[in-house]
Design a protein around this ligand. Structure first.
Ligand code: DGJ
Length: 738
């Protein structure tokens, strides 16, 4: 709900459990007042009286130069006394970049804002559009805030408008700015950092005076840093304590900063990376920034994660695909790499059918002259030398065996050894005359150019149109370098990164719309583009190339900090693991992979009979719990970064059913973290744990807990928990396999 009180000039925005409040102060500046537990409109006057006074020597008069330096602002400006990082900087024709944005008008509209060509929340109850104008130019800003009664997420973005005639250049346009009063000076920040095969490790560091900046300058969101930051109170734990989340719904180069200023307030803001950014804004034009999903709650990290999971499922991921039952996939990548022919694939397909899998996904190597990673990208036509009878033969074989068919593409890339590159060398990103930077022996296509995106759309569409394909894996295997396009004049090269990202979005939009019955899985050399922008098009994303039964617990744990388990592709792979060389039990790999969109990625023909039996059981088990993966609430019980155990459970919204997976890393005789208190159940309900033959109340299971099983290295366990009344239903389901 959004309300405006004309007397106090206060805006109060309230979602499910939070309120956000700001007011137009006497100087006409938009001052932040409050963001926290839900309050009523009647408290607005109190907030103005208690928090509206500035922590500056010039009480309540921000017209006085320099006084804005202490003002909690909704939009930091540059060159007029606020020395903290600005939110928007626009350079005018005469070169001046100073600004001070004051309130002009506002409107409250029903529903969400649609962003042309960019991911955005698909719905909202109401949106507040606050228009500010610069004192010194014709630049106007719309600060947009979308609120929904049933969500703890506040969606924000900024639009920069040139209401004058002269062109101006945007040097920085962040999506949001807010300020958190840190009266105790003890807050910390959580970021999700990593690398290839180690994506999204939660890293918590104290916030102190100065600016914490997380960013990607790689042209996409990256393995190294997720576009997400949380600010945590001192007492924030897994299930209690205040925290604020900032999730940028953007797949390009980004930055999020948390600046602790001289008065100890924390200015948090973020958006498109401003490093070398520039955008020419002609008179009458508007530039829209990506949206950000902001969260507040006092329910700890777990509460924040569950709110983001609900938000992504209900507001971002496409409704038609989000709750679609996920096929159990067999992917041939780690089974064959580039070395396959019909016979090899058919033997894997035959085995997959016998084991009860749903979809065969043919990975890299089926097209062009692609026998290794140095050739073929861009040539999206089948390599008939390798696949006799083309895709039709493989698809025909899948159909015969009752399997559906999926196919891998890497639409944004080109190999120098390809027909596409030979025909259009200028379509690759680079600077003529300079040796291009190669990554995995490949170049990146210049997606700032319409004709390039159109060509890729046509060639990929042709394959999808002419073949029965139900699943697409969309990969991207390198960072962007050179950051230059001959498509733009010298003074507009600052637009390159964002225009590339818009090109990617444009293609994703067109392909997902043109093929509504195809299920799209995102991927970027593992989990390098796992963000809210990509989730708008791809309901599921390959979480990481690291599928090791131990490492995966950490990667999935970190990813779950803000992304739902249903969006994580999780596969069982062979041992020794190809990335870590570790050997883990088959059962453990299966259990960990069941906490996501499960699948297999190994040579099924090499499995022992015992392992095959385990696969059958795992698939049967998965089909019993996949509703929990798609719609359940996640509770994280044992942190793999901190102790000897990993444990997570999924609980149905009505709390009648839960599924728990645990793993013990080392056979330690003196484990001290072995009592496991369950979470998320209803205290008043009685539950059974099928595997233990235990019946107890939710209160006992959560209050007293259970002992983790004592297992050898990397041993795992799985518990099915069900409300007693529903017990019969569970056993019936087990008997019938559904
Ligand atoms: C990187 C992906 O993460 C892998 O799963 C696989 O598809 C390879 N690329 C293929 O080149």
């Amino acid at each position: 709900m959004i309300s405006f009180d004309g007397c106090t000039k206060t805006f109060l925005l309230s979602g499910k459990n939070y309120s956000y409040c700001m007011y137009i102060n006497r100087a006409g500046l938009l001052q932040h007042l409050y963001w926290g537990k839900k309050i009523g409109a009647a408290d607005a006057a109190f907030l103005v009286a208690a928090h509206g006074l500035p922590a500056s020597p010039n009480p309540d008069d921000y017209n006085k130069d320099m006084a804005t330096d202490g003002m909690p602002s909704e939009c930091g400006s540059f060159g007029r006394g606020d020395f903290r990082p600005a939110t928007v900087i626009v350079r005018r024709e005469d070169g001046a970049a100073m600004s001070r944005f004051r309130y002009v008008s506002h409107k409250i509209v029903k529903g969400a804002l649609h962003l042309q060509g960019m991911p955005c929340a698909r719905k909202a109850d109401e949106t507040l559009i606050l228009t500010l104008k610069d004192d010194f130019s014709d630049i106007e800003l719309d600060l947009n805030y979308s609120v929904s009664e049933d969500a703890d997420i506040l969606v924000r973005n900024t639009a920069v408008r040139n209401a004058g005639k002269d062109a101006a250049e945007i040097a920085k346009a962040f999506s949001f700015c807010t300020e958190l009063p840190d009266t105790r000076g003890t807050w910390s920040a959580l970021r999700l950092a990593g690398s290839w095969a180690r994506e999204r490790t939660p890293v918590v560091t104290p916030l102190a005076e100065g600016t914490l900046r997380i960013e990607s300058a790689r042209g996409y969101s990256s393995h190294q840093m997720n576009p997400f930051l949380a600010v945590l109170s001192e007492d924030c734990g897994e299930e209690s304590g205040e925290c604020y989340g900032f999730n940028l719904l953007y797949s390009g180069s980004f930055a999020i900063t948390a600046d602790v200023s001289h008065n100890k307030s924390i200015r948090v803001q973020g958006g498109i990376n401003d490093f070398l950014f520039g955008w020419l804004l002609q008179g009458g034009e508007t530039f829209a920034t990506p949206q950000a999903a902001l969260y507040y709650s006092a329910e700890g990290l777990g509460g924040m994660s569950r709110a983001y999971h609900d938000f992504f499922r209900e507001y971002i991921i496409e409704p038609k695909r989000v709750y679609a039952r996920r096929p159990v996939v067999i992917n041939n990548w780690e089974a064959t790499y580039f070395d396959f022919d019909n016979e090899k694939l058919f033997s894997i397909i035959d085995e997959a059918a016998k084991l009860g899998m749903d979809t065969f996904v043919l990975d890299d190597g089926w097209f062009g002259k692609r026998d290794g990673d140095a050739s073929g990208l861009g040539d999206w036509f089948v390599n008939e030398r390798k696949l006799k009878g083309g895709l039709k033969a493989v698809i025909g074989h899948c159909k015969e065996k009752g399997l559906k068919f999926g196919l891998w593409f890497e639409p944004e890339m080109v190999s120098e050894d390809s027909e596409l590159y030979r025909a259009h060398p200028d379509w690759a990103i680079g600077k003529a005359g300079a040796e291009p930077c190669r990554g995995r022996n490949q170049l990146v296509l210049d997606f700032t150019r319409k004709e390039v995106v159109n060509y890729i759309f046509e060639t990929v569409s042709k394959i999808l149109r002419e073949n029965e394909i139900s699943y697409v894996k969309w990969d991207k295997n390198r960072d962007i370098t050179e950051n230059y396009t001959a498509n733009l004049p010298a003074d507009r090269q600052g637009e390159f990164w964002h225009r590339y990202t818009l090109g990617f979005y444009g293609l994703a939009e067109r392909l997902t719309k043109a093929f509504p019955n195809v299920f799209f899985e995102g991927c970027a050399g593992g989990g390098g583009r796992f963000d809210g922008g990509a989730l708008y098009y791809f309901p599921q994303i390959w979480t990481s190339d690291d599928t090791d039964g131990l490492e995966r617990t950490k990667i999935q744990w970190g990813t779950s900090v803000c992304y739902p388990v249903s969006s994580m592709s999780c596969h069982v792979s062979a041992c020794p693991n190809h990335q870590t060389q570790r050997i883990t039990p088959f059962a453990t790999r299966g259990a960990v992979a069941s906490l996501g969109a499960t699948g297999y990625e190994l040579d099924l023909t090499k499995l022992s009979e015992e392992e095959k039996e385990q696969v059958r059981e795992q698939i049967k088990n998965y089909k019993l719990i996949d509703e929990l993966v798609l719609r359940g609430d996640l509770y994280r019980l044992a942190d793999p970064f901190k102790g000897n155990y990993f444990c997570e459970m999924l609980v149905s919204k009505d709390k009648s059913k839960a599924y728990l997976v645990g793993e013990r890393f080392r056979g330690d005789p003196c484990d001290h973290d072995r009592v496991l208190k369950l979470r998320g159940l209803d205290e008043g309900k009685t539950y059974t744990i099928r595997e233990l033959n235990v019946t107890a109340s939710g209160a006992a299971l959560m209050g007293a807990g259970l002992f983790c099983p004592r297992l050898p290295d990397c041993g795992s366990w799985v518990w099915h928990i069900e409300e007693v009344q529903a017990e019969r239903k569970l056993y019936k389901a087990i008997e019938t396999g559904r």
